[in-house]
Design a protein around this ligand. Structure first.
Ligand SMILES: [Zn+2]
Length: 213
């Protein structure tokens, strides 16, 4: 039985009751969840199932397996309370979307360079590209355009493009529609303000580090 991913229906939910659907030692699955599991460069949430900290969350196909300490007292069919570390999740969501905007601006204005990596952590996001030269030459433009979109506080639509396969996208009218299974904020104004830093990672690769200021 596959888990209902309530973090998509309501990415602002911090607590949810669910039912345990399987247990294998410390590994637990539930019928619905708000605790995101690492995917698409966005880190897993921190949180608890009842009193037990989630030590690891792994997405396996459409299923999510949570690892708890082995000594838990949960049973299949138990009703449990799932809580997430909201402060951390909200920072991840804001940085994730800041990275979405920067990536789209790079694609649209600099000939879609090949992206070779992306990671969203709680205090910064990074995007890596194959890139000739110094990518910081784009930063005045990227920061200005990103912060303009943020100041305009526009709506971000998040929906399934294929519900059976759980493929999702986000869309900002007149800007972009992009495939992504992460958790997204509702309006760009939530991001605050974006600032970029360059990291030259060598061999024709450049990194954009994104922080919120
Ligand atoms: Zn996304």
């Amino acid at each position: 039985m596959q888990v209902k991913k309530v973090f998509w229906d309501d990415p602002y939910l911090t607590e949810l009751t669910a039912k345990v659907t399987s247990i294998n030692g410390g590994m637990v699955t539930v019928d619905r969840t708000i605790a995101y599991a690492f995917s698409g460069g966005q880190e897993s949430d921190y949180g608890t199932i009842n009193q037990y900290p989630i030590l690891n969350a792994e997405k396996i196909g459409k299923q999510i397996v949570y690892s708890l300490e082995e000594e838990h007292d949960l049973h299949v069919d138990d009703e449990v309370l799932i809580k997430i570390d909201w402060e951390r999740r909200y920072k991840l969501m804001r940085l994730h979307f800041a990275a979405e905007i920067i990536l789209e601006l790079v694609y649209q204005n600099y000939n879609r360079p090949e992206k070779i990596g992306a990671h969203i952590s709680v205090d910064k996001a990074r995007l890596d590209f194959f890139w000739q030269g110094n990518i910081s030459q784009t930063f005045d433009f990227l920061e200005r355009e990103a912060n303009r979109l943020i100041d305009d506080d526009v709506m971000i639509k998040s929906e399934f493009s294929d519900q059976a396969s759980e493929i999702r996208y986000w869309e900002i009218e007149n800007f972009a529609r992009v495939s992504c299974g992460g958790t997204h904020i509702k309006k760009t104004g939530e991001i605050g303000k974006v600032s970029l830093k360059r990291n030259n990672i060598g061999k024709g690769k450049e990194r954009i580090e994104i922080i919120l200021v």
